[in-house]
Design a protein around this ligand. Structure first.
Ligand SMILES: [Zn+2]
Length: 312
C-alpha cells in the first residue's frame, strides 16, 4: 500500500474565473506536471474525487446557504455564462461540478485515512475553501472543504478531537467562523497581517491559535513563530486527526502576499505537522490545497509537502 492518497478530478479544472485570474485551472496542471517530472507521482496512490453528498456540506454550512449556492451555481451552469459573487469570486459554468468534487475529495480522503486504507492524503482540488464561512462564499472560495471534512470526522465518524492547521498566506476566516468555540477542534494558523481578508488578529474563539505575521517576514522568523505558538497547544490537545489548509501563497515568489517562505520551509512545516500526527493521531493527516498562485513555486512547494507526507 502506498502511504499517501492523492485525490483530484478533471472537473476541478472546469471552474474558470476568467483570463488573468490567479486562481486558474493551470494551477492543477502545474502540480501534475511537476509530480510526473520528479517521479514523485509514483509514490502516490491516485484516486478520483467523488461528488460530495450534499448533506455533508450541512455539517459546516447553513442549509439555506447550501441550497442557495447550489441553485445559483446550477443556474450559471445552465446559462453557460459567468456570474460574479464578489469581485474576486466568480461562478463559471463549470463551478458547480468543481465544488462538489473538491468537497467530495476532502470527505473521501477523511474516510480513507480513518479506515486505514492510506496513512494520509492530499487533495489537489479547486476551488479552495478556507475563506468560505457558514453562510458566505468569498475570496475565491465557495464551500469550505477542510471544515466540511473535519466535521465529517467528528459528526459522522465519531472522532472526538481534530486539529486544523492553516499555513496559507491569508487568514482562514471562513474556517474560523465555522469552528470558533467548537471545543472538539483546535485551529492553529499563520497568516500575513495586514492582508485580505484583514481578520484574524483577534481570534473569534478560545479554540484557536492565530499567529499574524508581518509583511516581508522570511522562513526563520516564521518557523520560530510556529515553534513558539503552535506546538505546545497541539501537543496538549492530542488531536486524533489533523486537517491541513495547505496554501502555498506565503512563498517568496508568490505575488498575492509578501511573505518569504521557500520550499525548504514547507518541508519543515509539514514535518512538524507529521510529528504531531505520528505522536497523537496514528499519523492521520488530510491536507487540502488552498492558495498558491506562482505556478512554479506552487508545484515545487506541493512536491516538498508531498515528499514529507509520503516519506519519499
Ligand atoms: Zn491564500
Amino acid at each position: 500500500m502506498k502511504p499517501t492518497a492523492f485525490y483530484s478530478h478533471p472537473d476541478c479544472r472546469g471552474h474558470d474565473m476568467g483570463d488573468g485570474h490567479p486562481e486558474c485551472p493551470q494551477r492543477l496542471d502545474a502540480i501534475d506536471d511537476h509530480l510526473i517530472a520528479t517521479g514523485l507521482d509514483a509514490a502516490l496512490e491516485r484516486r478520483e474525487a467523488p461528488v460530495v453528498d450534499l448533506a455533508e456540506l450541512g455539517h459546516a454550512h447553513e442549509s439555506r446557504f447550501v441550497d442557495e449556492l447550489r441553485d445559483l451555481l446550477q443556474r450559471v451552469a445552465a446559462a453557460g455564462r459567468r456570474s460574479a459573487i464578489d469581485p474576486d469570486t466568480i461562478a463559471s459554468p463549470g463551478t458547480w461540478a468543481a465544488v462538489v468534487r473538491a468537497a467530495g475529495a476532502a470527505v473521501a480522503a477523511t474516510d480513507a485515512v480513518i479506515d486505514g486504507e492510506v496513512a494520509n492524503a492530499f487533495c489537489a482540488v479547486r476551488p479552495p475553501g478556507h475563506h468560505a464561512t457558514r453562510d458566505q462564499a468569498m475570496g475565491f472560495c465557495f464551500f469550505n472543504n477542510v471544515a466540511v471534512a473535519a466535521r465529517h470526522a467528528l459528526d459522522v465518524r465519531g472522532l472526538e478531537r481534530v486539529a486544523i492547521v492553516d499555513f496559507d498566506v491569508h487568514h482562514g476566516n471562513g474556517t474560523e467562523d465555522i469552528v470558533a468555540n467548537d471545543e472538539r477542534v483546535l485551529m492553529v494558523s499563520i497568516f500575513q497581517h495586514p492582508l485580505y481578508p484583514y481578520s484574524g488578529a483577534v481570534p473569534m474563539g478560545t479554540n484557536m491559535v492565530n499567529v499574524p505575521v508581518p509583511p516581508y517576514a522570511r522562513g526563520p522568523h516564521i518557523r520560530a513563530l510556529i515553534e513558539e505558538n503552535w506546538i505546545a497547544p497541539l501537543e496538549a490537545f492530542r488531536p486524533q486527526m489533523l486537517f491541513v489548509s495547505a496554501g502555498f501563497d506565503a512563498h517568496r515568489d508568490d505575488e498575492l502576499g509578501q511573505l518569504g517562505l521557500v520550499e525548504a520551509d514547507y518541508t519543515w512545516i509539514t514535518q512538524r505537522i507529521k510529528d504531531i500526527a505520528n505522536r497523537h493521531a496514528n499519523g492521520r493527516i488530510v491536507s487540502c490545497l488552498e492558495g498558491g498562485y506562482n505556478l512554479g513555486a506552487l508545484a515545487r512547494s506541493v512536491a516538498a509537502h508531498l515528499r514529507v507526507l509520503t516519506g519519499a
